[in-house]
Each structure stands twice: as C-alpha cells, then as structure tokens.
Ligand binder design. Structure first.
Ligand SMILES: Cc1cc2nc3c(=O)[nH]c(=O)nc-3n(C[C@H](O)[C@H](O)[C@H](O)COP(=O)(O)O)c2cc1C
Length: 494
C-alpha cells in the first residue's frame, strides 16, 4: 500500500496505538535523545513519538516511527516484511513456469515492475511553501543535537539525492547531514557509498577543468528530502546496487509509481509527497570539518572533512512533520530498518550464493560487525567459499566477522550459535583472517575504511578437510519417547 504522506502513515500508527504524542516543549538539544533512547530500549522497540512542539525549529518532529517490526513492516505497506522477502524470492525463481497457471502467476510481478518507474507529476505538496534566499534557513528544522559531544545539530533521517556525473543516473542515500549554519550543511556520505562516488566523479572533472585553465568549480546540485511515503526512507538506507534507482524500487514496494517534481532552484527531481525538501549546490573542491557525531556503533565518530551543501531553497508542505531518529548504542530505531533490509535482501543474496539457508546480522553487533550464516555444505572448504562470496558482495564487504554454520543450526538463535561455535571450532584450523575494506565507522582498524576480517568455519568437518576422527552426533531425544511423555505430562503435575 502507498501512503499519500508521512502524516497519513503516522495517523495509521496513532489509531493502532503505536504512536504517543508529547505536547511538552522538549528540546532538540539532548532532551529528545534522552526520551527517545529510553523508549527505543524497551523490548519490542517502544512506541513512535510525535513531539508536537519542539523548543527549537518550526515543525513537529516524529521519532521512532520505524522502531518496531510492526511499524517497519507497515512502512513498507505490508503486515510483515517477510511477505516482501517471499514476493522477491518468487520473482527470482530461476525455473521457467511450466503450467499456464504458473505463467499467469508470473505476470503479476512483471506488471508490478512495469508500473514501478517514477513519473513526473504537476501537483507537488512538497512545494506548498517555497523559501528562497535568506528565507531558506536551516534553523526552521528541529534538527537534533543528539549527544553531548556532537559537533552540532544533525538531520538524522535525510534522503540525499545526487546524480552520476557521467550517466546522470540518480542515487538516493541516507547520509546524515550536519547543520553548520543557516545555509550550509555537511554531507556525510562515507568513502564506499554511491553519493561519495558521485562526488569523486565531480572532483575529478573539476581538477581536469582547473588543469585546462577553467575555473575548476563545476558546482553540482543536490537535494535532501525529508518525509513523504515512509518507504522512501527504507529505500535510501537499503544497499541497492548503483544501477537500481531507489525511486523505482520504492514504486515496486508501494505498488504505485512515485510522483516526482522538479526542484525550484536545482536540477533535481524529488518525490512530490515529501514533507520538506532542501535544495542546494556542492563545490567539489570544498570540504569542511564534519562531526563529531554519536554514531550507531555506540561511539563518537571523529571530525573528518566532508563536502558542504550550500542551500538555495527550502520547500515544504503546508503542515510538514520533520522525521528524525537517533543512533547510539544498540538497540535503536535503525536496528529495525537494518533487520528489514537483512530480510528483504536475503533472497537477492541467495540468488548469488544459493547454498545460504539463513543469515542473521545481530543488531547488538551493529550489523556490519558480525554475520551468522547457515549453509547447505556440500564440499570441502565450502564455508570459506561462502565467507569470500559475502566479503565480495556489496555492503556485506564491511562484515568484520562471519560465522558459518551447517543448515541444522538456527542462526536466529544466538544461544544455539554460541553452543555450536564453541563446540565445533578448532581455532587454529577453522579460522580465515583476511584484509579488505571495512566500515568507515570502524574505530579498531589500522586505517579508516581498511582493515581485517575473520571467518569462523563452525560446520562439521569431514575427512576431505583433514578431520579423521568420528564427528559426534548431537544429543536428541527420540520422537517416540517425546510423544509418550507429552501424553503423560498433564498427569505429572510439573
Ligand atoms: C539512520 C541511518 C543513518 C545513516 N547514516 C549514514 C551516514 O551518515 N553516512 C553513510 O555513508 N551511511 C549512512 N547510513 C547507511 C547508508 O544509508 C546505507 O549504507 C545505504 O545503503 C547507502 O546508500 P548507497 O548505497 O546509495 O550509498 C545510515 C543508515 C541509517 C539507517
């Protein structure tokens, strides 16, 4: 289902008892963090919050709107996000449909894909109010100064629209935005992300121009979108390959093409149903100190140079709602977004690594630090093949530790994983240490973005892998005895 607005989504949450209003004028400077953190730490994620009158900024603020399995699923327009994983699995099934019924069944997803590309519309609620020049003041936003040592207020749920300098292809990424002053902001797209790749292309073009005696400027346009259908937020955070347009994927998920409108001062199209749009330009030669920021690792990321956005306009709906989140020591709201990404992308991962049965990136390990993977093991060294495949696959390259299990291990059960890991590992034999890119947020690696990874082969070992003893069986009660005791159980009074 497609939402007409972020407000419509929040109204649905409220009528289901999933949203609480805060009418007290609490401050975006630390106070909203303290409230939201307490709520997000509740089992199940706590309710969404609508802060009606933040003490700074001009708009109400919603936080933790994605902060439970139910709300994250509703944001994607389904009752549970596993439905989307199942639909994608069905679409990616390699067999050609045999029966007429199967062929007809295939037409559904194809029709859905065909109607997914974004389309231009003329009605643009996101431009109900247009502020340009000195009226375009970032202090209108109740942006959160999240943690005491943060370098300033940050926009924490921004959808950053950029274009490839050569192909013109759009990318939408969720990269935090630090508000430097009324009209400048920092764009924290990390080294490996598509926004950074677009920027590097502009930097290269600008230095060629400077070498040839031109101005070397080559300013380019960026738009930052806040709100709109909540599915956009998921798509911006999702690790889609660069050739897949996030707005196409959004159209597919919501079963309705995203209506796009031209920005007023920059050559970028944005979803017409957005709540707030910040338009501006970036000079490829300019970098400013960004941070520190209390990050999703639970630690501060240090000050580093990042590109700056110079704001040319802010447009918004007549009554916009400013979407926000906080990150910090898990569990937090972003954990629910990450879990949905894990489940929805698993079928696509399986397309390339089909021996994978299940996968769990535990929220406690900040996702990229640990992957628990179960496989159908077929040959010697199979666990290592899977580790290497995952380290070579999109943003899974950031995974610091991969534990590979046999298919009879439930990787969603951390206790079971520790039990099997502890018992099945011979550390000297079963480890693979390697090097490669690591998450820019990793503070342990030798260099920013470059370090080491480790894989643990927790599968049963075979003679072909040099194991010449008899691998023991797991202790299990017989079904027969279980059934007898089940029948007897009520009489035992236990
Ligand atoms: C709440 C939240 C905040 C994020 N902040 C950043 C950030 O500041 N910088 C960054 O590079 N990635 C950040 N990410 C992760 C990216 O959104 C994610 O890697 C995404 O897939 C990047 O899109 P891209 O592949 O189009 O570059 C954040 C994710 C979430 C959920």
């Amino acid at each position: 289902m497609a939402y007409a607005s972020f407000r419509e989504f929040l109204e649905r949450l409220e009528s289901a008892g999933e949203l609480k209003r805060i009418s007290a004028p609490v401050s975006p400077y630390l106070e909203i963090t303290e409230i939201a953190d307490r709520v997000m730490k509740r089992p199940g994620g706590g309710p969404a919050l609508l802060v009606e009158r933040p003490s700074l900024g001009s708009f109400p603020l919603a936080i933790n709107a994605f902060g439970s399995r139910r709300r994250m699923s509703w944001a994607l327009g389904v009752e549970d996000y596993e439905e989307i994983a199942a639909q994608i699995s069905e679409m990616l099934r390699p067999e050609a449909p045999g029966s007429l019924a199967a062929k007809l069944r295939m037409l559904g997803p194809l029709r859905r894909l065909a109607s997914s590309p974004p389309k231009r519309v003329s009605n643009a609620p996101c431009q109900d109010v247009a502020l340009e020049g000195s009226a375009a003041d970032l202090r209108l936003l109740p942006a959160l100064h999240c943690w005491p040592e943060d370098g300033g207020p940050f926009i924490t749920l921004p959808l950053v629209f950029t274009h490839d300098p050569v192909t013109g292809k759009r990318n939408v990424g969720m990269y935090r935005v630090q508000i430097f002053d009324e009209r400048t902001a920092g764009l924290h797209w990390q080294l490996h992300k598509v926004g950074a790749e677009h920027h590097r292309g502009r930097e290269a073009a600008a230095s060629v121009r400077a070498f040839e005696g031109g101005s070397g400027h080559g300013r380019y346009h960026v738009a930052i979108v806040l709100g709109g259908d909540p599915v956009y937020t998921f798509c911006a955070a999702a690790p889609l390959p660069p050739m897949i347009d996030e707005m196409l994927f959004a159209g597919f998920l919501r079963r309705k093409a995203v209506g796009m409108v031209q920005c007023r001062t920059v050559d970028v199209q944005v979803p017409a149903d957005a709540d707030i749009v910040i338009e501006g330009w970036v000079d490829p030669a300019e970098r400013r100190p960004e941070g520190p920021f209390g990050d999703h690792t639970g630690f501060y990321t240090p000050i580093e140079p990042y590109p700056a956005l110079h704001v040319t306009a802010i447009t918004h709906r007549r009554n916009p709602i400013y979407p926000a989140t906080i990150v910090g020591r898990p569990p937090m709201e972003d954990g629910w977004i990450g879990k949905a990404v894990e489940r929805v992308f698993l079928p696509m991962i399986r397309l390339m690594v089909p021996e994978i049965v299940d996968m769990n990136l535990p929220v406690e390990a900040c996702f990229h630090n640990l992957a628990l993977v179960s496989i159908r093991k077929r040959y010697p060294g199979h666990a290592y093949k899977v580790m290497n495949a995952l380290w070579g696959l999109g943003q899974l390259m950031f995974t610091k530790m991969i534990l590979v299990f046999d298919d009879d291990v439930n990787v969603q059960d951390l206790a079971e994983c520790l039990w099997i890991m502890g018992n099945n590992l011979d550390p000297e034999r079963d480890l693979l240490v390697t090097r490669g890119p690591v998450d820019v947020l990793d503070h342990a690696s030798r260099e920013t973005g470059y370090g080491s990874k480790i894989g643990f082969d927790c599968t049963r070992k075979t003679a072909a892998e040099g194991y010449h003893r008899i691998w023991p069986e797991r202790i299990r009660m017989t079904d027969e005895v279980k059934a007898r005791i089940d029948a007897l159980w009520p009489e035992l009074g236990l």
